[in-house]
Design a protein around this ligand. Structure first.
Ligand code: T5A
Ligand code: NA
Length: 213
């Protein structure tokens, strides 16, 4: 029954930004919208805290364990690698993935600790490249005002300022930068438009590629 659909692949759409920028809210709204239109869609997030590696990451983020900066960087990357083949299978079978954080978070957060940017990018090489990256743009100060930070390791204003600078080094002309301080519904509208454009491009036969190019 799915023979027709199997000819076109799903899109890999990634949402990025500082802590509290609104990624999770927007990802779930976008998934509902696309599902309502009849698309096969799943919401994913990194870190995926359900795996063994993910549990180590979660413990680190909640300050229950301490790890060398490079060790935690590589765990975040490994957490993406352990999902890579499933990700590719899903996309090739026509499922669109809306992903809350990806390799750009990995690089932006670790390089904010003064790790070398190129060193940070290297373990991400060979992971699937997103078809669309949406950056929810908010100042660290405004993000901090949102409901207060919950006490996870990186949720501190000074650190988020450095993360914002790191993200700016990763910006690419293909990224969709959205003002994350707009009302939720306005952002949602903008995301619907770019996501639908992206789906069309993938359905027309755009091939999957790999990071980093
Ligand atoms: N990390 C992650 C790494 O260091 N390396 C990596 O490789 C990866 C993948 C993970 C942490 O790990 C780091 C980054 C992070 O520090 P997480 O579990 O992904 O953390 O947590 P966050 O992404 O920080 O999730 P948050 O819940 O903090 O933020 P979201 O998802 O961006 O925001 P959301 O949607 O939950 O909204 C936050 C609040 O703002 C309100 C919401 O109602 C909510 O209260 N809000 C708005 N308010 C006004 N206007 C709008 N437009 C709003 N949109 C949302
Ligand atoms: Na957070």
């Amino acid at each position: 029954p799915n023979r027709l659909k199997s000819h076109s692949r799903g899109a890999l759409i990634v949402l990025e930004g500082l802590d509290r920028c609104g990624k999770t809210s927007q990802a779930s709204r976008l998934v509902s919208f696309l599902t309502g239109l009849g698309h096969a869609v799943e919401m994913w997030r990194f870190p995926d805290r359900t795996t063994v590696v993910g549990k180590m990451i979660s413990s680190y983020l909640s300050n229950r364990s301490h790890l060398d900066d490079r060790a935690i960087h590589l765990l975040f990357s490994a957490n993406r690698w352990e999902k890579r083949s499933l990700m590719e299978d899903k996309l090739r079978c026509g499922t669109t993935l809306i992903v809350d954080r990806y390799s750009y978070s990995g690089v932006a957060f670790s390089s904010a600790k003064e790790l070398d940017l190129l060193w940070c990018k290297t373990p991400e090489k060979g992971l699937l490249a997103p078809d669309l990256v949406v950056y929810l743009d908010i100042s660290p100060e405004k993000a901090a005002e949102r409901g207060g930070y919950g006490g996870e390791r990186y949720e501190q204003l000074e650190f988020q300022k450095k993360v914002a600078q790191s993200y700016h080094k990763l910006f690419d002309a293909s990224w969709k930068i959205v003002d994350a301080t707009l009302p939720i519904e306005e952002i949602e509208e903008q995301l619907r438009d770019v996501a639908l454009d992206c789906l069309v491009t993938c359905q027309k036969g755009k091939s999957l590629s790999q990071l980093w190019s």
